[in-house]
Design a binder for this molecule. Structure first.
Ligand code: NAD
Ligand code: FE2
Length: 396
């Protein structure tokens, strides 16, 4: 029998995930996960986004793409737009018709379940019928908000009820992604990461996947340099963790190697079409981890995020800079990228933290069994002890 690890608390699963009967789900929604070589292992049969447009200026085609969704004069589309674009030229280019609803969303904090519930109520109050589509325009946060809203318009209750795996029972409203930042892979993943009252955990389901992605590399213009770098490194780190993990397979390697090569071109070379390459790197990085897993850096960044509220991209960068022992080549190359772009990471973040908060951070990171199993193998608990984890955090 495959060996199963309990307590998964992270939205990305290994492609070799064993689909356990419901009774085997660990508290908190964990799916039994890591297994050794075994002919009875079951492989994930996963969905991907069915429709994709890629190209500079393709945003101009959004109206065309949505036209078939507008069945009658009461049909309306909700544009979930990162409020960074309020009053900017992009806002004016959004193809609004008749009863369409432009919904600016704020992403100063990573999305919370309470915020999703509020937005869903706002849309329900707007019109008696459900919208014909939800379009997420922004980075990982705005895309995650669009996914969550589209799910909660058709599934009753609070978004917090669905944090976990395959708890969603009804198909979402049609939803499409228009990324304006590249790196998270949120455009292709089957999750939307939410901070709820009890946990930070995604709504993982096939229904979460977008129906359409519109990649227009021109939309990356205007991203502040630091943010561009942090989100881009999220992708580079996905690749390093996937390619150096124990769960690696030819599927994940094919996507991860190409994504890493594109990241090198973007962050270590000069190319006029760097934005195009970064968008494809993000997509391929997402495809790579969809069938493998992330590792130590994501586990540690999760602790930073949960306890200190540090955002995903920068949190990954902060943690990665201390992981020479885990990913020597990747970390060395990451530092070259930082130097080339003059990036200074914040330091001494944990200096004044009390023991209780530090312990919570350690616990959060070590709860992520599959990430550590991918990084260090099934014996990881003997290697990555709480003391070692605490020592790493204390250096950050
Ligand atoms: N669903 C997934 O699979 C997945 C994976 C990784 C991360 N995430 C989530 O994604 C979020 C992080 O996403 P992110 O790194 O893309 O950043 P983000 O969406 O949080 O945006 C970061 C900042 O950049 C701004 N911004 C976005 N596009 C811009 C543009 N074109 N010009 C100027 N400013 C712009 C935003 O307003 C924000 O201030 C987190 O909430 C994280 O939990 C989701
Ligand atoms: Fe990530």
């Amino acid at each position: 029998m495959p060996r199963l690890l309990p307590g998964l608390n992270y939205p990305v699963l290994c492609g070799r995930e064993r689909l356990a009967p419901l009774g085997e789900l660990a508290p908190g929604g964990g799916i039994c996960h890591f297994h050794e070589e075994d002919s009875t292992a079951m492989y994930r049969n996963f969905s991907i986004v069915p429709k994709i447009i890629f190209g500079r200026g393709s945003f101009n085609q959004l109206d065309d793409v949505l036209s078939s969704r507008r069945a009658n004069s009461d049909s309306y589309i909700v544009f979930v737009m990162d409020d960074v674009f309020a009053g900017k030229p992009l806002e004016k280019r959004i193809p609004l018709h008749g009863k369409d609803f432009l919904l600016p969303v704020n992403v100063d904090d990573e999305p919370k379940t309470s915020y999703i519930d509020k937005l869903v109520a706002q849309i329900k109050a707007y019109a008696p019928q459900l919208p014909a589509g939800i379009i997420g325009i922004g980075g990982g946060a705005a895309m995650d908000i669009a996914k969550a809203v589209s799910l909660l318009l058709t599934n009753p209750g609070s978004s917090a009820d669905y944090q976990g795996w395959d708890l969603i029972t009804k198909p979402a409203i049609y939803h499409a992604a228009v990324p304006t930042l590249a790196g998270t892979g949120a455009e292709i993943s089957r999750t939307c990461i939410l901070t709820g009252p009890e946990k930070k955990l995604g709504i993982n389901s096939d229904y979460t996947l977008f129906d359409q992605i519109l990649f227009d590399p021109e939309l990356l213009a205007g991203v502040p340099k630091d943010q561009w770098f942090y989100t881009g490194m999220d992708c580079y780190i996905h690749d390093v963790e996937s390619l150096n993990g124990k769960f690696i397979n030819a599927f994940s390697m094919a996507y991860g190697e190409k994504s890493q090569e594109l990241c090198r071109q973007v962050f270590l070379e000069d190319h006029a079409d760097a934005a195009d390459r970064l968008m494809m790197a993000s997509y391929f990085g997402g495809m790579s981890i969809a069938y493998s897993q992330v590792g130590a850096c994501h586990a540690l960044s999760y602790g930073l995020s949960y306890v200190l509220g540090i955002h995903h991209g920068i949190g990954c960068c902060i943690a990665f800079d201390y992981l020479d022992d885990f990913y020597p080549t990747g970390v060395a190359e990451f530092r070259k990228m930082m130097t080339r772009h003059g990036i200074q990471l914040p330091r001494n973040l944990t200096k004044n933290m009390d023991q209780q908060s530090l312990d919570k951070m350690v616990k959060t990171a070590l709860n992520l069994d599959p990430l550590w199993a991918n990084c260090l193998g099934p014996d990881w608990k003997n290697i990555m002890t709480p003391e070692k984890t605490l020592a790493l955090y204390k250096r950050m």
